[in-house]
Design a protein around this ligand. Structure first.
Ligand code: PMP
Length: 435
């Protein structure tokens, strides 16, 4: 038994499935998940000492790569002052100001999209709170979401489409009460007619539409031009709010996230991942008039023992401070180089595929026609991904262990790390072709 297999066997005795988040399991690609012990720059090292170029980057937070010196120093300094106070700290204000400043060019109708920010610990909390806030503001219950979009694991967002278009949703997980799932409408992404029909049927009962700024949890699926703006106008016409979920895209695809690439008249924006630089930190922001509905000012309750934790805030602030124009230019360039090389390698072996991109986010769909929604994404030859993934892993490149995830790069991915990825691709493409 290898050391890794032993780590997995031991973990599996005391942790369900041996993992603390199911996306880490190698369920769809097979084999034992790699147990990691350290990361530096673009590399991550497992319990057996194998070093991989990391194209997971903790599922998004590590825009600067592993253990970036400025982030590590900021965390050390914060730790030396104490781990948690359960009281406000000046650094929380600094982080809120940094986020507001980054978003300030994204005015809609001459008004800033975000005037205030509330810090929480996970993206799940951010979207859960955003929904409660939207319900509190509107006095309505129903939520519209899109199939294949992930907003964390709160009950109402673990919902699958019912039969027929504008029908109330069904639980997507055991343990979610049908009554709660039925407060959600799940629509096909990029489908304006479905949105129109849902609002025609339920408009006065809809509190909010929640949408990933660009979908990246079914692989990457970009919003079609104008789709996000359409959502804003339909929601607003019906007196509903638009929640733009930037947990994954925020501060990753541009200094102001997806909103920096495509200004959207969002009412509430959620952040996570990069905002915490690898520590548990997330946030929701909106105009003051909306944020003032939150406790202690308003009637919408939300709280957290570790909200705005000083160590997490230090990591987030250091990450945002270091994420300058050069960082975004590097991430864009690395993403383009790897995506193009993966496509070339797959073309050379005749594997049907399309590169799906949204800003610097990308993934490969194993089909020639680029899908624009979840049903389309599921038509791909996903069985080719497992052999592709394992060939990459054997060559020292760690990809997300599922065809339905984005590939993440960082500004620390230097030419040597990129070269290792490019070298690994031809054999992986052959493995995909042979599947
Ligand atoms: N929203 C989006 C768009 C996400 O990608 C994720 C996590 N992948 C979440 C929300 C939930 O964040 P967390 O895992 O921190 O709860």
């Amino acid at each position: 038994m290898t050391d890794n297999d032993q780590s997995f066997a031991e973990a599996s005795r005391v942790i369900p499935g041996g993992v603390n988040s199911p996306v880490r399991a190698y369920r769809s690609v097979g084999g034992a998940p790699r147990f990691m012990v350290s990361g530096r720059g673009p590399y991550i090292t497992d319990v057996e000492g194998h070093e991989y170029v990391d194209l997971v980057c903790s599922w998004g937070p590590l825009l600067l790569g592993h253990a970036h010196p400025a982030v590590v120093d900021a965390v050390h300094a914060a730790v030396s002052r104490g781990l948690s106070f359960g009281a406000s700290t000046p650094a929380e204000t600094e982080l809120a100001e940094a986020v507001i400043a980054r978003l300030s060019p994204v005015a809609a109708d001459g008004q800033p999209v975000i005037e205030q920010l509330r810090l929480v610990s996970t993206g799940t909390e951010a979207t859960m709170t955003a929904i409660r806030l939207a319900r509190g503001v509107t006095g309505r219950s129903l939520i519209v979401k899109f199939a294949g979009h992930y907003h964390g694991h709160s009950d109402g967002l673990l919902a699958d489409a019912g039969s027929g278009l504008a029908t109330l949703a069904l639980p997507a997980s055991a343990g979610v009460p049908a009554e709660i799932a039925a407060q959600t409408l799940v629509l096909p992404y990029n489908d304006r007619a479905a949105v129109t029909q849902a609002f025609e049927t339920y408009g006065p009962r809809i509190a909010a539409v929640i949408v990933e700024a660009a979908a990246a949890n079914m692989g990457v699926v970009a919003p079609q031009p104008g789709f996000n703006a359409f959502l804003a106008s339909v929601a607003h016409a019906a007196g509903a709010l638009l929640i733009v979920d930037e947990v994954l895209t925020g501060f990753r695809v541009s200094p102001a996230g997806w909103l920096g690439l495509e200004p959207i008249d969002a009412d509430i924006v959620t952040f996570g991942k990069v905002i915490g630089g690898g520590m548990p930190l997330a946030a929701l922001g909106a105009r003051r008039s909306v944020m003032e509905y939150l406790a202690p000012l308003g009637p919408v309750y939300q709280a957290g023992t570790l909200s705005g934790n000083p160590v997490a805030v230090a990591a987030g602030l250091a990450t945002l401070q270091a994420a300058d124009a050069d960082v975004y230019a590097r991430v864009d360039a690395v993403a383009r180089t790897i995506a193009d090389a993966a496509s070339d390698a797959l073309s050379a072996t005749g594997v049907a595929h399309a590169v799906s991109r949204a800003g610097s986010l990308f993934s490969i769909q194993f089909q020639n026609e680029l899908a624009v929604d979840y049903a389309g994404v599921q038509r791909q030859e996903a069985f080719r991904y497992g052999p592709f993934f394992h060939a990459m892993l054997d060559a020292g490149v760690s990809l997300p262990p599922s065809a339905y995830e984005a590939w993440f790069v960082s500004a620390a991915h230097d030419d040597a790390a990129v070269a290792r990825v490019l070298d690994a691709l031809p054999a992986a493409a052959r493995a995909a072709a042979a599947a």
